[in-house]
Design a protein around this ligand. Structure first.
Ligand SMILES: C[S@@+](CC[C@H](N)C(=O)[O-])C[C@H]1O[C@@H](n2cnc3c(N)ncnc32)[C@H](O)[C@@H]1O
Length: 334
């Protein structure tokens, strides 16, 4: 934010750049293994009338275990969360209701981008995407992938595509911040509010690369092939597509719970400051969506078959080696 306001004033701009460089150095020194943190470190501000939570910032691992336990088993906190989600149509509405994604993404942004395991995925995508040309971050949410891809490749034209306006607003902030940091010549980037089921758009044609992290499973199973065929047609021949999706062969409730808690634990160690509401709701949504509402997930072989049927070639596959062993990660070629 600060960078954009300063764009036209060279002195102020210089001060801005120093401030940004200082901020990044501060993060880099205080967050081992993390070069840049792209989420919002403070809590999301989400809350409801609660007899258990008070909006306190969570800083202790033991507190994450305690809140996760109370969220996931029948009891007062579990009921509070269900009532809160019911007022928005319930979790099943996640596929169709961007409002639920808006809420989820606000708290997600204060936790997940801080997790070292998530940052590993971002670095993997960066290393496997070209340095120039149009790159789409499909279902890019709050834009950590987009922001990192722009920061690491200033000649990339980076577009975040999502159906959540709140997610895209946060993505836009991140991209603006990176563009301000990069200075002149102005970086090229954009955000597009779009349901992937209606994938289209002149800006999104002729793609030199794309990434889709934890998005495919949200699309109705039967629609996935057609959407991926459309995507293939929007990509240049030979352009890479990086896909990460939960591996249906291994996902269990226990693994999901462990992973959701470990993401939050890694994040707070890395400087995230979620509230107790963020932890409760984030863990509940992750487990309940992934556990039974929105999947079935494709197994690793099935995922590859889908992309082959859509016209992609599988160049690299990583099964159960990212994100606590939960994901299949593919590098595909259009
Ligand atoms: C688990 S989040 C992942 C976000 C982002 N890729 C990341 O790794 O941080 C899933 C994202 O997919 C988006 N999404 C789900 N279904 C979608 C659809 N049909 N069209 C566009 N975006 C969708 C959601 O809004 C959300 O931002």
């Amino acid at each position: 934010m600060w960078c954009v306001a300063m764009r036209n004033e060279s002195l102020v701009k210089l001060i801005g750049l120093i401030a940004v460089a200082g901020a990044i150095r501060l993060w880099a020194t205080s967050l081992p293994g993390c070069d840049v943190v792209m989420g919002q470190s403070a809590g999301s501000g989400l809350s409801w009338e609660s007899s258990i939570l008070c909006g306190a910032i969570v800083t202790e691992e033991s507190e994450i275990h305690r809140i996760a336990g109370l969220s996931l088993v029948p009891g007062p906190l579990n009921s509070e969360i269900q009532t809160f989600l019911s007022s928005m149509g319930g979790l099943k509405a996640l596929r169709t209701n961007p409002k639920l994604w808006d809420i989820y993404l606000r708290l997600y942004d204060g936790i997940t981008p801080f997790s070292p395991q998530y940052q590993e995925l971002i670095r993997f995508a960066d290393a496997n995407l070209p340095q120039t040309g149009k790159i789409a971050d499909l279902g890019g949410g709050t834009g950590p992938f987009s922001a990192w891809l722009l920061l690491r490749g200033r000649n990339r034209h980076v577009y975040t595509v999502d159906m959540s306006p709140a997610g895209l607003a946060l993505a836009h902030e991140k991209l603006e911040r990176v563009a301000g940091f990069l200075g002149e010549p102005a970086a090229v980037y954009g955000t597009h509010e779009l349901n992937l089921l209606n994938l289209r758009g002149i800006e999104l044609s002729d793609l030199s690369g794309a990434v889709m992290n934890n998005v495919l499973y949200n699309l109705p199973f039967d629609a996935q092939l057609e959407v991926m065929k459309k995507l293939r047609a929007m990509m240049r021949s030979g352009a890479p597509l990086i896909v990460a999706d939960p591996n249906g062969d291994v996902v269990t409730r226990e693994l999901l719970q462990q992973a959701a808690k470990n993401i939050a634990i890694g994040a707070i160690k890395n400087g995230a400051m979620p509230s107790d509401f963020d932890i409760a709701l984030g863990i509940y949504i992750n487990i309940e969506i992934l556990r039974g509402g929105i999947p079935p997930f494709r197994g690793a072989v099935e995922l590859e078959e889908l992309f082959r049927a859509a016209g992609f070639t599988v160049k690299k596959r990583f099964v159960n080696s990212f994100y606590f062993g939960l994901l299949t990660v593919l590098v595909l070629e259009a």
